[in-house]
Design a protein around this ligand. Structure first.
Ligand code: 5GP
Ligand code: ZN
Length: 137
């Protein structure tokens, strides 16, 4: 737990939050600036700045929890779909440096979001990216 981290304080219950779920490892809260009605955040109680720091055991618990939340929230909110978003690093839009996963309910005819203009995968890129990434695994 970091004294200078707002999500550590929220996860620990030191700062009040609209909590949807809590267990020994996680707290799931409503986002204060929701992209859509019911936008929630999965926060681990331990501090990890982002995915690169999270241990495999905790990481392995995030997706089952997301699945549980998506199921309950879909029934409770009547949404038509869900986006799971997890930003890593400032360049990727991460503003709070405590690992979190967004659960964003999507509604029929709702606003466009989490989308991009498709580029083109060139043959050169294809070969060089595959070679570079595979070399790091
Ligand atoms: P990021 O951009 O880092 O992926 O997402 C951070 C999210 O945390 C944003 O959606 C923002 O609205 C939310 N947020 C920031 N501060 C607080 C807070 O104090 N309480 C809650 N509930 N959400 C917060
Ligand atoms: Zn933290």
């Amino acid at each position: 737990m970091r004294d200078d981290c707002i999500f550590c304080k929220i996860a620990a219950g030191q700062i009040p939050s609209a909590t949807l779920y809590e267990d020994g490892n996680f707290r799931v809260i409503l986002d204060l600036g929701p992209a859509a009605r019911g936008h929630a955040l999965i926060l681990p109680k331990a501090h990890y700045a982002d995915l690169s720091e999270i241990d495999d055991d905790t990481a392995g618990k995030v997706l089952p929890l997301a699945k549980k939340m998506v199921s309950a929230m879909t029934k409770a909110l009547g949404c038509a779909g869900m986006n799971l978003v997890q930003n890593n690093g400032e360049a990727a839009g991460q503003t709070v440096r405590h690992f979190h996963m967004h659960i964003i309910p999507r509604y029929a005819n709702g606003p466009k979001m989490v989308s991009w203009e498709p580029g083109e995968l060139t043959e050169t890129d294809k070969a060089s990216i595959v070679e570079a990434v595979r070399a790091e695994l």
